[in-house]
Design a protein around this ligand. Sequence first.
Ligand code: ATP
Length: 241
Amino acid sequence: MLVVRNLQVRYGRSVAALHGVDLQVAADSVLAVLGSNGAGKSTLLRTISGTLRLHRGSVVAGQVEFAGKRIDRLDPAEIVRLGVVGVPEGRQVFARMSVEENLRAGGIGARTAEARTAARARVHELFPVLAERAKQRAGLLSGGEQQMLAIGRALMSAPKLLLLDEPSLGLAPKIVDRIGEIIREIHAQGTAVVLVEQNAVMALRVADHAVVLETGRTALSGTAADLSASDDVQRLYLGGH
Ligand code: ATP
């Protein structure tokens, strides 16, 4: 469904963030992208979603294909219309708007009113708290609830592929587990997911496949089970020896 070929990204002349990344995401799967700070994980997601263009001086080479179509030259809004929707790091909900208004903003791209209603029902079923707090200002939600709202807002346009950038960041372990379960549910309902995570334990539990980025290159890739068993991943990301 998503194919990334020899992706190279620079920020201006001096910073090379990706040096030739290859990966694939099957229609019915969750891919975890692991790697330490600065490995290029967010850059990879920004390139897929098209938002890298918003960073002045960024230069991209290589290809990104979604459902057989090149998307690496498209605007972020066109990429959303094709069904690829990102949830950026740090949640970024509209703090002064209500929960309901945040969801409505995510549904603007829905084709019909029925599609919007169906998407909202799905979001409320996954996250009952968002129905309970519909009128509350989003900025007053807890960190976990804001992450749920950010994911819910992305689901309002019924994506085929959801890109999640560190959804566990700054959340308590129990909430991280809940977010992991929700990602599985979203996947079970037919949405593919790319999950960028520093929390390798959670990511490998949730994902089918995984890649490890190191300084802008794919250092390892395989099934989540294979990577969980790998000595390097155990030592570097899972706290093993
Ligand atoms: P983190 O987990 O810390 O967010 P990451 O794996 O997501 O790390 P990126 O944020 O993609 O890594 O960064 C990859 C490299 O690109 C780093 O060297 C970083 O300093 C650089 N970089 C990221 N964004 C910019 C930017 N807007 N301008 C210049 N350099 C950038």
